[in-house]
Design a protein around this ligand. Sequence first.
Ligand SMILES: Cc1cc2nc3c(=O)[nH]c(=O)nc-3n(C[C@H](O)[C@H](O)[C@H](O)COP(=O)(O)OP(=O)(O)OC[C@H]3O[C@@H](n4cnc5c(N)ncnc54)[C@H](O)[C@@H]3O)c2cc1C
Length: 288
Amino acid sequence: MFEQVEVFHRPATVREAVRLLAGGKGRARIVAGGTDLVVDGDPTVRTLIDITHSGLTYIRKQRGVCAIGASTTMAELEESQTIRALAGGVLARAAATCGSVQIRSVATVGGNLANGSPAADLVTPLLVLDAAVVVADAKGRRRLPIAGYVAARGTKALRNSLLVEVIVPVPKGRRCGWSFQKLGRTALDISVVNVAAGLQVDGAGRIQWARIALGAVAPTAMRAVATEGCLLGRMLNAESVAEAAEGVTREVSPISDVRASAAYRREMCRVLARRALEECAAQSGCPL
Ligand SMILES: Cc1cc2nc3c(=O)[nH]c(=O)nc-3n(C[C@H](O)[C@H](O)[C@H](O)COP(=O)(O)OP(=O)(O)OC[C@H]3O[C@@H](n4cnc5c(N)ncnc54)[C@H](O)[C@@H]3O)c2cc1C
């Protein structure tokens, strides 16, 4: 693997990593845990830039947000008390489902997002948490909503950019519920379907806002925006949950592949969305 790689860098700063990436003539790649990059084995790569010593391994809670450095591993997310306490631990739970212990000890947050798999397990919880990312390139740093990053990844707009950190607003208010649901062929597999949900109800049990995100059922992970809209102002009960679970099946566009047929994936969207909303209901004080 990578016999053609000519240079390996381990920059100590983001600035240096970005400079090396920009000078790589399209043949340089960032490497963090390597769990996707090595499997991919792109024969055009000549330069590897290891960012695991670039100061991007941190989890910081500050001024109403939680900032997570790009080279923070899944294991660090899973074990962090800050991440476990954030939004019912939805992000920690998603991290805990990413492959085996061995994979989670090296696989990073940045790699999970930058690799661009529609099945990446951190994207759906980050969508429902309304997270943003900071990217850096030769022109400087900019902040993008997570949905914008996922949509633009792989395009010219993000060429030669380094994902620096993920910013998660710390949710405020009472009577919120959060859930992450994953279906894989085995406990170690990537998702056949994954669903994350978050919502808040008022004192009467009426839905103030709801977010539902689905992975591995469209070219990129997606929010079920129409279904979310239908839930607004409704009572959170078995009827509204069943209608929402049905609603998401009309918004997804799954394909058949080696892991599952499109029809099975669509049906599992219904099942996982119902389970996710039921868990949110229980957490928000409206058990069904
Ligand atoms: C056996 C196995 C099981 C797995 N199971 C799961 C699973 O259950 N769920 C899941 O979601 N994933 C799973 N994966 C995929 C993988 O482990 C994750 O996507 C992981 O988070 C990738 O992180 P990494 O640090 O290893 O990325 P790398 O392999 O180092 O990089 C992946 C890609 O992202 C780019 N990149 C990395 N970091 C950055 C950055 N900061 N800025 C810009 N570009 C960057 C690299 O250039 C490369 O193109 C599995 C992989 C394996 C091999």
